[in-house]
Each structure stands twice: as C-alpha cells, then as structure tokens.
Ligand binder design. Sequence first.
Ligand code: F0G
Length: 381
Amino acid sequence: MRRQSSGPGRREKGVGSGVKAPVYSGKLPLIERYRSFLPVSKKTPVVTLQEGDTPLLRASNLERHLEQISGQSLGLEVYLKYDGANPTGSFKDRGMTMAISKAMEEGTRGVICASTGNTSASAAAYAARAGIRCFVVIPDGNIAMGKLAQAVMAGAKVIAVRGNFDQALALVREAAEGMKLTLVNSINPYRIEGQKSAAWEIVDALGSAPDFHFIPVGNAGNITAHWLGYKDSLERGQGSALPKMMGFQAAGAAPLVDGAPVENPETLATAIRIGNPASWDGAVRARDESGGRIGKVTDADIIEAYRLLASAEGLFAEPASAASVAGLLQAVARAELPREGKVVCTLTGHGLKDPERAIKTATRPAVVDATFDALRAELDS
Ligand code: F0G
C-alpha cells in the first residue's frame, strides 16, 4: 500500500534483535515524544503501538453537576484525562512501551506479569509486537472479559490462579527470578518512567500542573508515577506549583486508607481489587509531599460516577476509572476543595473492557416486532 505523503510520517532503521524497523505515521510514539526525559538510548529498540497523547477534555456538564452538589456557583475547571484512549484501552500502555523496549534492549527471554486485567492486555500486545513470549497470571474469576479476550488474542500464555491479585503478584515475582523472565508489573522501574508521561502531557496542555489531581489507586504505581512526573515538569521550569494528589481506593480494598493490608479485598471495580499495593510507599509519599489525601469510595459511589461520566460527558470508562470522579464528588460534597482552581481526573481504562458491568448497570433495550407500528409504539412510550 502507498504511504500517504502528507502528515509527519517517519521511518526509522530498526535496532536490536527481533524488532523490525518501526514505521510511524501520524502522531509520534510516547518514547519518541519524550525521548530526552526517558532512560532510552539509540540502542533501545522502540516497541510501540503509538500510545499516549490521550484526550484531556474540559467537563462542563460535570462542573454543573458539582455546583448542584455544593449548592453554590463554583469556578472549578474540571478536566478528564481519558487514558482509555490508549491502544489497548488503558494507561498501562504508557509504561509497557518502556518496559518491553528495555526488555528487548537487555535481550530478554520473555516477560511475565500478574494482573487484574489491564496490565496483562498491554503486556500481551506489546510482547506480540516485539515477537517475544508473554506469561500472565490472573486471579481466577475476577478479571473483566474484555481484558481476558485481549490477552488470549495476543497469544499470551494465560494462567488463572485460585487466589487474588496479591497472591498472583507474589507468585510471578518468584517465577521471574527462578525462570529468568522479565517482570513487567509496575515494580519494573521502566513502567513508572513511562507512566510519568501522563503528568507531562497534562502540564504541556494546561501550561502548568492543575491544583488537584484525582486518580484511582490499586497497586499504586500510577499515583507514584504521576507525582514523580509532576515534580519533573516543575524542575524543568514548567509552571510554578505542584498539584495535591487525591488518590481513591474502593472501600472494600482500601489498605492505604485503613493503614494495613487487606487480606480479602472486594469490589466490583476488579481492576483495583488489591489488598497490598506494591508501590505503597510511593503512594504515601505522593499524598504527604503534595498535601493531598488518599480516600475510599464505595461501590455504589463508583457506579454513580461511572453512569455520570457516560451519560453527562459521553465518556465510557471502566468502573475502576470512575473511582477518580467518585472521589471528586466526595471532595466537593465535603467542601474540601476551594471554589476556584483546576482539577484533573484520570480515567484509566476504557468502558468496553468490562461490558458485563455496563449491561448489568444500564436499562436493557426493548425488543419489538420488526414493523413500523411496533417501533413507533415503543418510541412514543
Ligand atoms: N484503573 C485501572 C483501569 C487499572 O487497571 C488499574 C490497575 C488501576 C486503575 C490502578 O492503578 O495499580 O497503578 O494503582 N491495574 C493493574 C492491572 C493492577 O493488573 O491491570 P495502579
């Protein structure tokens, strides 16, 4: 097929073994856009699906809703960072492009991760792109179908354990060590480096960090990465302040709020059904250094925010993602925010990841005979 001559297309020579010469057209891969900020060199083979550069949308319908909750007019500007628009449908691609590229540079035999679903979907896709093996370990019965579909289609070897995410993570740490595989959970430092890019993009777009950043918290890598990313931007002279980091866990899986690991975490937001976050210290640092808060929201709060995002803003995000907006609703109800300022909420994953939850949550469609009369009767009702 002929390549279009317009647009910033570019072609690069491949480096390293096993990775073909990447061909970019349209937007640049995350590693190319932020090359000077990332631990990559000319020797690093860039494994990319053109991740990052996701929408940052002003949410004026949500702003009006917040005014109703607070009972007063607010000058809050609310932005939604829609990371579900990444190639595999979650923010994990930001870190995975780095983790897999560096694993290739180091000549890996293959990669392994534990996952509540999104990490495995991303790892499987980037490993397929790089032409290496991928092993994923998931908690049996507790990952959304869309995510499982992605991992199996990409050819990963998927193993479900009778246990939860925390147990799966302990097992893959052991397996990575014993079987000489590269661990691509967020304890892999390159994952965090790549995930900082979400904060860099927000600062690039707004000209400065927001006053508050609301984010879901599970294994706590993303809140850790955002805080580090914001601090990088400030050090580089972008803007003059840092945001307060507002992390939200599900009430049944809130070890950071309760101050101790939760042995049997429970929430319908399966992505954040985690009882002992690996980046515990990073999350606490983000909270304390920024003067923010890590709070908890109930499953009912999560579902309310999940519906609101889709129906008021047209943004279909998975339940765990809605924890950030549930946290914002809570903070406004508690009059915790000033009346003016900029707020960013991260929407970590796409709503299509978990169609079963959506169908359970919404009204089912009416079924009618295939006649105009039957259709009109239903449309009028
Ligand atoms: N939102 C979604 C959609 C997620 O998939 C995750 C984590 C989080 C939020 C929380 O981010 O762990 O950095 O605090 N998912 C991991 C996984 C655990 O295996 O896909 P975190």
